[in-house]
Each structure stands twice: as C-alpha cells, then as structure tokens.
Write a protein that binds this ligand. Sequence first.
Ligand SMILES: *Cc1c(COP(=O)(O)O)cnc(C)c1O
Length: 316
Amino acid sequence: MVHLSDIDQARERIAAIARVTPLLQSEQLSQRCDNQVFLKSEHLQKTGSFKIRGASNKVKLAIQNGARYVTTASSGNHGQAVAYIANRLGIPSTIVVPEDARICKINAIKAYHGYVEKCGTTSAERLPRAKELAGEKNGVYIPPYDDPDIIAGQGTIGLEILEQLPDADAVIVPIGGGGLISGILMAIKSLKPQIKVIGVEPEIANDTYLSLQRRQITAISGESTVADGLRTLQPGQITFPIMMKYVDDIVLVSEEEIRRAFSFVLERMKQMIEPSSATTLAALMFHKVPLRNQKIVTVISGGNVDVAKLNDFIML
Ligand SMILES: *Cc1c(COP(=O)(O)O)cnc(C)c1O
C-alpha cells in the first residue's frame, strides 16, 4: 500500500530533480467548459512528462539499496524518464523497445544516454527481457506504474495541486495503468477527501472503466487510440484496488473528442500537449463530467508528441 508519508518522502527525494509545474489558465477554455479550468502542466516537466517523478523516486531508492544499473521495457515517456534519471545519478540504463519503435523515441532515449535494445513487438516479449537484463548485471527493473515507489512519486502532483489551488472542487486525471491517478488519489483523499478525483479513458481503451464496473481486473484487446500513453490493456494489481476504493467517477471520450481538444489547446493556448493529456480537456469540453461553475484542475500528463504525426491528431 502507499501512504501519505511515502508521498511526502518522495517529494523530498525528487525535489532537486522534478519541477513544480505551473497551473495554466485560459478564459476561452473555461467559458467553453462552463467551469473554471486549471491545467496542471506536466507537459512542461523535465523529460516532457510526469513520469520523471515516479522514476526518480524509484531509481534513487534502488541506488540507496545498492543498485548500480536499471532497466525498463517502455519506449515511451517512462523509458525516457528512466534513461534521464539513471544518467543524472551516474548509473547505466537499458531501455528495451519494440523492433518497430519510432525513431524519434529511440533518439530521445539515446539523448539521455540510455542504451536501447530492440526486442519483439509485444510487451509480453519485452518485459521478461528487461527483467532478465536487470538480473544479469545486478540491476533493478523499474516498472511503469504498478509499484508503490512509482505511485508515491506520481502522488507528489497531488500535493502540489493542494498547495496551488487549495479550494479546487475536482481534479481530472487520464488513466493508463493507473499509477498517476493512484498517487494523486492517495494524496488528495488523505488530505482533502471532499475534492472529487475523476478518471478519463478513451472509449477504445476502457479497461479500467470496465474493471471498475465489474469490480475485478478486466483486460481488453489492444486498439490503437491516438492517446498512446493510455494503451495499457488492464489496470495494475496495486493500482486497481486504490482506484476501486477512492475514485469518484470515470468517464470516456471518443477519438474525435480527443483530437478536437488537442487542436483547441494547440491553436488557442499555444501549448503542445499529448493526445493522452487532451483526454482530460475533452471530458470537460464535451460535458462528460456533470459539473458547472466549479474550480477544476486537469492533469496535463505530458507533451511528447511525434511532430511528424501532428496531422493525425488535429481536428478543427
Ligand atoms: C504514462 C502516461 C499516462 C498514464 O499514466 P498511468 O500511470 O499509466 O495511468 C498518461 N499520460 C501520459 C502522457 C503518460 O506518459
């Protein structure tokens, strides 16, 4: 389990690494959503996503416990975060990516001095390889979400929101494997349980929505939503019970709604956010959340966009 004290300690541990990101506001967006909307801007976070918070907490703890090498199996934001923090703390990392990983992602990992190993096309192939590599060199495998230290690191966002907007009414969070929302839930429900925490998933990646409805972990078959950070096929063993216990609501958004929200933020607010993060704004813009005239924080989880694919994301 993850406790508030773990999140407080994570905050101290990562203070010199992760930025305290701003809460951005836009009058046009607020009008459009019939609420006062604040963007918790993790797209301006180091490495371009919140993943650096959990990864820094976990890798620092692993080093304290004797690790001198780390691995992971994600080509996306988590892989970049692990490569960055390992390099910064002076140890090597291997990031296992699919054979068909896009070159921009591989280059980002290499820019942080991570070693890239290609393996298969499914996470069922990559995960054992990353764990095997960690075993060979006496290292530690760093999981993307289903880990108490990762969850505690992501929870530091919840503490910052409570300080930046103490009278917030609700916080909206995108859900992949559930590490981000689990950390935020543990922080907010420990300190101000009256603040609503609402999850968002794409309609075609609704594994957590289904799992909560059925009250048991339910897997879906992979569909490629534009929200590529939310393509996880099922919630985690650790994250699911936390979401089950504390989440106030979970809503779904369509691919078109995600693209329209993405385009609105780019055009009107001049902010480059990921489609995965645009889901939270889509939920408000298309009135999926039954709230009016409230102060609502949307967690803008990242801003790493493959600009060569920008055209696929835009819908005006
Ligand atoms: C990883 C990620 C998510 C989902 O986080 P989980 O902890 O897996 O729920 C959302 N947005 C972005 C940009 C991400 O990188």
